[in-house]
Design a protein around this ligand. Structure first.
Ligand code: UN1
Length: 512
C-alpha cells in the first residue's frame, strides 16, 4: 500500500514529463479514456492511468532520438556502470516491486519476487556484457589491409511487453539495449501499467544522479493502438514484442513493411515427454509447477504431456494425487500454489477451451471450474484441469493461457518427438529420461524443434543466462542471455588499407 501511495504521489503520475519519465500530459480529456488497473487478486481498482496521446508520443520519440545522440557516445562500460546502479535499486525495492507484481498480475509472491530477481540478474549480466561487445577480426585477402567488424547501437528500441511477465521481460530487453547504446520506449501491457510505472520510478533516481539525458528510458501507455504507433514508426529502429502470436504477426508485418527490425517472443505450446526411463520423483513436481505455476500463464507453461504407454496410468494417478493437494487462492498468501487468471476475459478463454476439449473427444480427468465465494470475489480464480486427448486436436494445437494440461500417449520416442513438434509453436520442450540415447536423440537435429530443449527439468523457469525464445509461431527471436545482445546492435564491417596501392578484391584489375 505504501509503495502504491508513493507511486501515486510522484509527479510522474501527474502529467508532464519529469526526469527520465514521460507520462501523459495534462491535456487528458474525460476520465473514460483512462486505463483502469484492477487487481485479479481481489478485483479492486488499484489505479487509473492516463493513456499516452498521439502528441505526447511524438514528443517522447523526439526526446528519445535526441537522447540517443548523446547516449551512443557514452563508453559502453560507463553505460554498464549505470545499469549496475539500477540493479542495486532493484535489490533495494525487491520486496515492494515483487509484491506489486504479485498484486497487479496475480502471480504468487514468490514468483513476483522471482521476477524482480530476473531483473537483478539481467542487470548483472548486462554490466559484464558492457565490456564484451566483441566483434571479430578477419584476415584480408589483400596485402596491407586489415578487416574487422564492430557493433554499433541501433537507435530507438520499442519494447512491447505482456502482462504475464510485466517487468522481467522488459528488463531483458532494456538492460541489454541500454548497454549496447540504444534508448528505449517501453509500452507495457495495458493490463499491468502500474508495475511498469514502478520500474520507471525505481530507475529514475539512478538516471538523474548520473546526468543521463532525458529520453533514454521512456514509458508510454495504452492498448493495441499505441503498440501500432511503434510498429509503424520509421524512427523506431527495433520493435521487440512479447505477447500473443496474433499480436506478433501484426507487429512483424507492419515493421517488415518498412524494412525495420523486429524481435518476437510469442506463444508457446510446450510439451514434456515422460519416458519409461524417467525419474518420476522429479518429473511430477516439474510437471505440476510447469502446468499450474503462474496459473498456466507463462509462455513456457507446460501444456502437453507426452507419456510412454507403459507408465501412463502410473503418471496419471500421481498427477491426480498432486493436483488434489493444490491450494488455490490469494497469491500473496504463501500457502497457496495457484493464483488467479489475469482477468475475466482470460477466464472466458479457459471455459471455452474446456468446452472445446469435450467437443473434440477429450476426457477431463480433472474438470475445470471457476471458483466462487469468499476469497474468489474477483471471478478470476479457476481450478487447474487435466484432459486426456486421443490426438492433438485443434484445441491442443492452440495456446490457451490458463492451467489446462493435455495428456497424450506414445509408444516410440520418434512418435513422441513427432507429437512434441507437431504444433505450430516452438518455444520450450523437455524430456524426462535417465537414458542417454533418448536424451541425446531429443536434443539432436532430429529431436525437438524448439528454441529451448531441456532434459530432466520442466519447460518453464528459464535462467537469464541462456538465449530465450523459440521457433515457428513463437517468432524466432532470442532475448536475454548468450549473444542475444547482437539483436540490439548493427554490425559494421570495416576494411582498412594501410598500403600505398589499391588492390581490388577478387583480383579484379581496373586500370586507366
Ligand atoms: C514468459 O512467459 O513470457 O522461463 C517468459 C520462464 C521465465 C520467463 C518466461 N523465466 O518461465
Amino acid at each position: 500500500q505504501q509503495f502504491l501511495q508513493k507511486l501515486k504521489t510522484q509527479p510522474v503520475m501527474a502529467g508532464t514529463s519529469t526526469g527520465q519519465a514521460f507520462w501523459h500530459s495534462s491535456e487528458a480529456d474525460g476520465t473514460d479514456t483512462l486505463l483502469d488497473s484492477h487487481s485479479p487478486v481481489d478485483g479492486q481498482l488499484m489505479a487509473r492511468v492516463y493513456p499516452t496521446l498521439r502528441e505526447d508520443y511524438e514528443r517522447v520519440v523526439e526526446t528519445a532520438r535526441a537522447a540517443f545522440l548523446e547516449w551512443r557516445t557514452v563508453p559502453a562500460p560507463k553505460r554498464g556502470e549505470i545499469i549496475r546502479q539500477m540493479g542495486e535499486q532493484f535489490r533495494h525495492y525487491k520486496k515492494e516491486l515483487g509484491t506489486l507484481v504479485s498484486y497487479e498480475m496475480g502471480k504468487s509472491l514468490q514468483e513476483g519476487m522471482g521476477e524482480v530477481q530476473e531483473i537483478i540478474d539481467i542487470c548483472d549480466f548486462a554490466v559484464g556484457q558492457s565490456r564484451q561487445l566483441y566483434g571479430s577480426t578477419m584476415h584480408s585477402e589483400r596485402p596491407d589491409h586489415r578487416m574487422y567488424e564492430q557493433w554499433h547501437p541501433l537507435g530507438v528500441v520499442g519494447i512491447i511487453s505482456a502482462f504475464n511477465f510485466p517487468v522481467a521481460v522488459w528488463s531483458w530487453n532494456a538492460m541489454l539495449a541500454w548497454v549496447c547504446g540504444n534508448v528505449c520506449i517501453w509500452k507495457p501491457s495495458e493490463k499491468t501499467p502500474l508495475t511498469a510505472l514502478a520500474c520507471q520510478q525505481i530507475i529514475k533516481e539512478v538516471l538523474e544522479q548520473n546526468g543521463v539525458p532525458e529520453g533514454v528510458s521512456c514509458l508510454i501507455t495504452g492498448g493495441r493502438e499505441v503498440g501500432t504507433w511503434l510498429a509503424e514508426d520509421q524512427r523506431i529502429a527495433l520493435v521487440s514484442a512479447t505477447g500473443s502470436t496474433r499480436m506478433g504477426r501484426a507487429v512483424a508485418q507492419t515493421v517488415a513493411g518498412r524494412l525495420g527490425r523486429y524481435l518476437l517472443e510469442l506463444g508457446g505450446n510446450n510439451a514434456i515427454i515422460i519416458s519409461q526411463h524417467a525419474d518420476l520423483t522429479i518429473a511430477i513436481p516439474a510437471i505440476v509447477f510447469g502446468a499450474v505455476g503462474t496459473a498456466g500463464q507463462r509462455c513456457t507453461s507446460t501444456r502437453r504431456l507426452i507419456i510412454h504407454e507403459s507408465i501412463y496410468e502410473d503418471v496419471k494417478q500421481r498427477l491426480v494425487k498432486a493436483y488434489g493437494q493444490l491450494r488455490i487462492g490469494n497469491p500473496l498468501d504463501e500457502k497457496n500454489h495457484v493464483g488467479p487468471l489475469i482477468d475475466r476475459a482470460a477466464v472466458a478463454g479457459y471455459q471455452s477451451a474446456l468446452f472445446q476439449i469435450k467437443e473434440q473427444g477429450g476426457r477431463l480427468l480433472i474438470d475445470g471450474e471457476v471458483l466462487e465465494g469468499p476469497g474468489f470475489e474477483s471471478g478470476c480464480y479457476v481450478r487447474p484441469a487435466i484432459a486426456e486427448m486421443h490426438a492433438q486436436t485443434e484445441i491442443v494445437q492452440h495456446e490457451t493461457f490458463a492451467p489446462i494440461l493435455y495428456l497424450l500417449k506414445y509408444s516410440t520416442l520418434e512418435e513422441a518427438i513427432d507429437l512434441q513438434n507437431g504444433v505450430p509453436q516452438g518455444l520450450s520442450s523437455s524430456v524426462f529420461t535417465l537414458n542417454l540415447r533418448e536424451a541425446e536423440r531429443f536434443l539432436s537435429a532430429a529431436g525437438s524443434d524448439c528454441g529451448i530443449a531441456n532434459v530432466n527439468i520442466g519447460t518453464s523457469g528459464a535462467e537469464i543466462g541462456g538465449a530465450f525464445g523459440g521457433e515457428k509461431e513463437t517468432g524466432g527471436g532470442r532475448e536475454s542471455g548468450s549473444d542475444s545482445w547482437k539483436a540490439y546492435m548493427r554490425r559494421q564491417t570495416n576494411t582498412i588499407n594501410y598500403g600505398t596501392s589499391l588492390p581490388l578484391a577478387q583480383g579484379i584489375k581496373f586500370e586507366f
